[in-house]
Write a protein that binds this ligand. Sequence first.
Ligand SMILES: O=C(CO)COP(=O)(O)O
Length: 254
Amino acid sequence: MGRKFFVGGNWKCNGTGEEVKKIVTTVNEAEVPSEDVVEVVVSPPFVFLSLVKSLLRSDFHVAAQNCWVRKGGAFTGEVSAEMLVNLGIPWVILGHSERRSLLNESNEFVGDKVAYALSQGLKVIACIGETLEQRESGSTMTVVAAQTKAIADKVLNWANVVLAYEPVWAIGTGKVATPAQAQEVHCELRKWLHENVSAEVAASTRIIYGGSVNGVNCKELAAQPDVDGFLVGGASLKPEFIDIIKSATVKKNA
Ligand SMILES: O=C(CO)COP(=O)(O)O
């Protein structure tokens, strides 16, 4: 049941036009494994989506970092799923912990967003993850299961969903989950999908890890059986993003 390795670069709210062009040039010039081995997506801020799409190599794809929960209309400041489709943007990141915590996006709201984006033909990187306090109190699985359930309640077809496990305590902190910690949660999530969605969805859905992934720690993480790739923040703005893409070969040779 081949789950193709997936590497996403989440540029968050960073970059000028010049900086964005520089990052794209770096990834365009890189020699990386073929599209059969790794699927690569970069996610610039909305305002740079068209620029990046026009410059980016054709074997890599573009993702937005968010979209509105329903059909567009009188929602000042929002960007709709329809607009992303109209721009030719195939992917969207939804439910990132920064939006959950800073903008109060609830599990239900994220579930609605995922369902609506999928209904419009977008592919979704759906983010889940526990805080440090939740981990220390032993509720990691309860938290990520509730976040996943809110998505599963609204989504019938998982073919276009990638689940990104991003422990909040590991995001932007330099404190990466150990390979064993990541594997444990990914394995539990796959079990959850098996029991609550279907064996087929559990076997085929990619579960990727995010949180302080870099060009060095990626190899050992990639070797874990249930880690199907990465969602990379800070390191996706640097040349080491290429090393992270190349970690796909660890999986291939496993
Ligand atoms: O939030 C992340 C990706 O979505 C991870 O960010 P860092 O890689 O900077 O920790």
